[in-house]
Design a protein around this ligand. Structure first.
Ligand code: CA
Length: 446
């Protein structure tokens, strides 16, 4: 009897849903105008918790919007997940985009053009070099319509061990005037030594990873991997070869870095953390670890080559909105909130996860903070003035650039000469770049 009445009720409900056209919708979203936005991202627990607080505030001020936050713990998992979503066409409303994917993801129609939704005044207070990474005019990245908002900026600065400098009685590096390469080598030699007299070196200048740290040397020497039109590989430029030679010489000629045998026993990052190296690269993501070290450190400009001007890269990750979202207005509003909401930006900045995306906040709150590093301004200057994009952010694919590093170890080991390497690599890279340009023409019809 009871069973029957339930069944009857069920049928009646189904009939009324049919009549109102609500079939298939779960009851809880039938209240009209409730919008669910799915955000697919990745991040460590601390960052996830920070964003959960941002979501709470957004939902409170936007009662008609519900955020579904799907977060992968590692970037690799995220890449698999987003590629699967793109292949199936079942896209999250908001997702991360790396600047190097702007051309291809916009080109394949995955990313919503934000220019209709975001006013110029909305982005005036966000780092311009970061915003530029997400502009695309259909041919070139760096100008045109806006396709994403920065989640963060990653200024890649250089740090030095202040305690080691003081102990050696060496004047601290000038925060505004970069060392010339010669000055830097002279100081590096002084700081590379056997401190305990056992006949073995236990302190070095630095130990740099070629993938992350060659660019500052190449650029400050007036060279680059590509020409201005981004269609010619320029690694046989003498200025480029000179920079690569300098990089190789750090270990093989000047001997200011741990040699291969010593480096094999402990990586150079660990040596920096142990206070055994005078210099090491530093991004905002390093600061929470660096601030717990038992020695004092600070930021400085990278040593400058023949241009006399320091150079380095500015990384970023962006928030993109799916072109197929059913809720473009709300999704863009939430992406903007994630990128610029003050309380959220203050939190991730105070936790030393990143520097603020908002220029005003970075140049006031952040700069006034008393914690290390003292020269926080270096990060700001990189984000505002001199941080560059990676060469492959301008091209459709990056295989041409990756090719450069395939055989680089032999050069670093002194087994292949710089000149020989650049000469053999250039045509290989050019061929891959030509392929990338051809593919771009096919896909984007330009
Ligand atoms: Ca020693």
């Amino acid at each position: 009897m009871l069973k029957t009445s339930k069944k009857v009720l069920g049928v009646a409900l189904a009939a009324s849903m049919l009549a109102t056209g609500l079939v298939g919708l779960p009851l809880n979203v039938q209240a009209k105008s409730t919008v669910e936005i799915t955000w697919l991202g990745s991040g460590q627990p601390q960052e996830k918790q920070a964003y959960e607080q941002v979501i709470k505030r957004f939902e409170k001020s936007h009662p008609n919007v519900k955020i579904k936050y799907v977060v992968m713990s590692a970037g690799e998992q995220y890449n698999i997940k987003i590629k699967a979503a793109m292949a199936s066409g079942n896209m999250p409303d908001i997702f991360y985009i790396n600047p190097e994917n702007v051309k291809s993801w916009v080109g394949s129609g995955k990313v919503l053009n934000l220019s209709k939704y975001v006013k110029k005044s909305d982005v005036n207070n966000i780092w311009k070099p970061a915003i530029s990474k997400y502009r695309f005019d259909g041919k070139n990245v760096g100008k045109g319509d806006l396709y994403a908002l920065p989640k963060d900026v990653g200024p890649f600065a250089f740090a030095y061990n202040k305690t080691m400098f003081k102990k050696a009685g060496i004047p601290l590096p000038d925060k505004d005037k970069p060392y010339t390469w010669k000055q830097w080598i002279d100081i590096s030699k002084k700081l590379t030594k056997d401190t305990n007299g056992d006949g073995k070196l236990d302190q070095w200048s630095t130990g740099l990873n070629v993938n992350w740290s060659l660019a500052p040397f190449v650029w400050s020497n007036g060279a680059d991997w590509l020409n201005a039109s981004k269609n010619k590989v320029t690694i046989t430029d003498p200025k480029f070869e000179e920079a690569l030679q300098f990089f190789v010489d750090m270990t093989n000629k000047y001997k200011i870095t741990p040699d291969a045998k010593t480096a094999a026993t402990m990586d150079t990052y660990q040596r920096w953390l142990k206070g055994q190296e005078a210099f090491f690269p530093a991004g905002p993501w390093d600061i929470s670890v660096f601030n717990k070290l038992p020695f004092d450190y600070d930021l400085m400009p990278w040593p400058a080559g023949s241009t006399g001007k320091t150079a380095t890269w500015l990384g970023s990750l962006g928030f993109a909105v799916s072109k197929t979202t059913q809720h473009a207005k709300e999704a863009v509003e939430f992406a903007m909130y994630l990128s610029t909401e003050k309380a959220g930006q203050k939190l991730v900045s105070d936790l030393n996860i990143q520097i603020p995306n908002i220029v005003d906040m970075a140049t006031t709150d952040y700069l006034k903070r008393k914690d290390k590093p003292d020269n926080k301004k270096e990060f700001i200057q990189i984000a505002q003035d001199y941080g560059r994009s990676w060469p492959y952010e301008y091209t459709y694919t990056r295989e041409w650039y990756d090719e450069f590093y395939v055989g680089i170890q032999a050069v670093l080991d002194g087994k292949v000469s710089v000149k020989q390497y650049c000469k053999t690599e250039q045509p290989k890279m050019q061929k891959l770049l030509d392929k990338s340009i051809e593919l771009e023409k096919q896909r984007l019809g330009k």
